[in-house]
Design a protein around this ligand. Sequence first.
Ligand SMILES: [Zn+2]
Length: 220
Amino acid sequence: MTLNIILLGPPGAGKGTQASRLVEEHGMVQLSTGDMLRAAVRAGTPIGLQAKAVMDAGELVSDEIVSGLIGERLDELGNETSVIFDGYPRTAAQAEALDGILSARGRKLDHVVELVVDEDALVDRITGRFSCANCGEGYHDRYKLPKVEGTCDVCGSHDFKRRPDDNEETVRTRMAEYRAKTEPILPIYEARGIVSKVDGMAAIDVVNDAIEAILRSDAS
Ligand SMILES: [Zn+2]
């Protein structure tokens, strides 16, 4: 059965990890408008050429072009491929456009899955993290320090690194942006009864199981 889902969640909620699980385990295809746009421009598709002209003129790509892009990609994938929309739609108008794009292809939106996070817990999780500069092993100031101070458990390196945007201000700004983007579309889908909320703060496998259960709930 073909599924069409939207995966929502702020940066740091584990959306990327969960999406790649679904891609691996179910052969679903993740449709991110940014990636699709770059790919269409590179491939020189009709919509890609239009988009390139607009971007070269320093203008923003219109909803119409984005819709065309999604339609083009869905036609390419055919009717048997399940898809995950990521970062789209962001406005009520885009949500309406998406309905049209899907129904024109005999598809419909099955689920909107929101990874819900606790903002303070997310700040705590993100601001404490660092990793080994040599092997990439992840650590945390409060939850997972190296067993020997200053030495990587895995490779013995003494070099560690932190991402510069792993700070409280950036996390809170991103949360605010996320809320601003989801607020216009969530009520539309809630009214249809297709929104499921999953605790994004749980362990990766637990979150994955919860998403799987939601996707299976359609089989009835
Ligand atoms: Zn290491």
